[in-house]
Design a protein around this ligand. Structure first.
Ligand SMILES: Cc1cc2nc3c(=O)[nH]c(=O)nc-3n(C[C@H](O)[C@H](O)[C@H](O)COP(=O)(O)O)c2cc1C
Length: 476
């Protein structure tokens, strides 16, 4: 039986009232302009474009994919209406004990309905939008999974790295330093060999979420995606690279990245909300094979001023993963983790703990800011007590204002892992940054003597709700 594919998820979100369709928008400004407006409000639907002027009317573009909690819920198999904390707990459980399922090689699949090789390859047949007005070109990969094989082992790595299409047979990929795909690429080039690569530009969002999240070194994202879907991912072997490609992918292409072969890439409006990266020489993909389904759907996850489609879903998974990694590092009594959506799911991280000993909060903050899931491009880590809801910014700001003594409670860490997309990275050739760990917990030595909170007790809340609930607004 075929896997749950992108089209099955589209049907599910449409049934949940989470999809709109637009015909006839053009690709230079209108598709990107519509998506930008939709992304600003987290209750807006995903959008499926067709009849893009100048292109086959049945070639489609799907965007604003995971910008709502119900759509992320449906992507991982939770009920559409599950609250955000269920998603954090889902990822926490998932990462603590991922139910890995090995992919299943198959001989054919819908992705091979249309196959072109060599000079017949034409990346320009798709209505790839210019996503923002100031972008330097057309990005076929904003939600695309880049597949590579480690030359020293059987490890297949997948990452979401932005992919620009330059002409009929040339694309490029921009991989930030420290990423696993970049390390694999370097290994091939140090041996003077080209790196085979496959790019998958439309697939079930489970792949997108897994490939866009830091998975452990040496592990294959295909197995993790299989774990989310609860079934073995059917893969074909790419005709020229042999790399695995989901058999029901919408669009995929393969090619080689030769040592020293670069093209001018960018700029692209990025997930931090800026054009900080500019245009640079980046690795060129010389495309050897292009395959796609009939009536293909190009998927976009557009970076922009956060919250945006590039980062919204990551708030849940990153919160769950940082939570697991704190526990794995031996931090006791972690009660909640939240990455705020306006920080692009990375730059702002709040950790709630039940303080057990002096120095506990500092330890939690430092580890959160440096563990694998939390380190990249972070700027603020805030540690709060467990009476503070880390997802409630009013509570968090109140704790920062009333429980933090900046003499001891604020630490600046320098020389940390970031990216040149970070507008406050050290410089063009130095993508490191500085960040702050704020201890906004009641000082441990003052726990017994700290002023009592001027808020009703949980017991009084319950009494009032029982007697007066009918006179109060819903949710009060
Ligand atoms: C929508 C989206 C776009 C991304 N774009 C890039 C990118 O252009 N370059 C990059 O290095 N990482 C990008 N990332 C982050 C990586 O996908 C993420 O760090 C992933 O873990 C990388 O895989 P790796 O750990 O196997 O290297 C993006 C993530 C998402 C979700």
């Amino acid at each position: 039986m075929a896997n749950k594919d992108l089209r099955a998820w589209i049907d599910e979100i449409e049934a949940a009232g989470e999809l709109t369709r637009i015909s006839g928008a053009e690709r230079e400004k209108e598709i990107g302009g519509i998506v930008d407006l939709l992304m600003r409000k987290m209750t807006n639907p995903a959008v499926l474009f067709d009849a893009v002027p100048g292109f086959d009317a049945n070639y489609r573009v799907l965007a604003n994919i995971l910008c709502s909690t119900p759509r992320v819920n449906l992507a991982v198999g939770l009920p559409a209406e599950a609250p955000p904390i269920d998603l954090v707990q889902y990822w926490r459980r998932y990462m603590a004990d991922p139910p890995l399922v090995a992919p299943k090689p198959v001989n054919g699949g819908p992705v091979l309905e249309n196959l072109a090789e060599g000079e017949a390859v034409n990346l320009e047949k798709f209505p790839t939008p210019r996503w923002h007005e100031l972008d330097g070109g057309y990005y076929i990969g904003t939600a695309a999974m880049v597949v590579m094989k480690d030359p020293d082992s059987d490890w297949i790595n997948c990452g979401i790295y932005r992919v620009q299409s330059h002409d009929a047979r040339t694309a490029s990929v921009m991989i930030s330093s420290g990423k696993q795909g970049g390390m694999i690429l370097k290994k091939y080039h140090e041996r003077g060999e080209p790196c085979p690569v496959a790019v998958v530009a439309g697939m079930h969002p489970a792949f997108f979420m897994i490939a866009g999240t830091e998975m452990p070194h040496g592990k294959s994202e295909f197995e993790y995606a299989g774990g989310i879907l609860g079934e073995a991912i059917e893969v074909i072997n790419g005709p020229t690279t042999g790399l695995p490609i989901p058999a029901d992918a919408e669009i995929a292409f393969e090619g080689l990245i030769h040592p020293g072969d670069t093209v001018l890439e960018g700029p692209l409006g990025e997930w931090t909300g800026y054009y900080a990266g500019g245009a640079n020489q980046e690795p060129a993909i010389r495309v050897t094979t292009l395959m796609h389904r009939n009536d293909p759907i190009l998927v976009g996850a557009i970076p922009a001023v956060p919250p945006n489609d590039n980062t919204f879903f990551r708030g849940f998974s990153r919160s769950g993963m940082v939570w697991s990694q704190l526990e794995a590092a031996g931090i006791p009594e972690v009660k909640g983790v939240w990455t705020h959506e306006a920080g692009g799911g990375r730059m702002w991280l709040t950790v709630a703990i039940r303080q057990m000993y002096p120095g506990h909060s500092k330890q939690a903050g430092f580890i959160a800011s440096q563990c694998h899931a939390g380190a990249y491009a972070n700027r603020w880590v805030i540690v709060v007590d467990d009476d503070i809801d880390p997802a409630n910014m009013n509570d968090v700001v109140w704790a920062m204002c009333t429980r933090c003594d900046p003499r001891e409670g604020v630490d600046v860490l320098n020389g940390c892992w970031s990216t040149r997309l970070d507008p406050m990275a050290y410089g063009e050739d130095d993508p490191r940054n500085s960040r702050v760990v704020v201890d906004a917990c009641i000082p441990y030595r003052r726990k017994a003597s700290f002023p009592v909170m001027a808020r009703s007790s949980p017991e009084l809340d319950a009494e009032i709700r029982a007697k007066w609930g009918k006179d109060l607004p819903p949710g009060a």
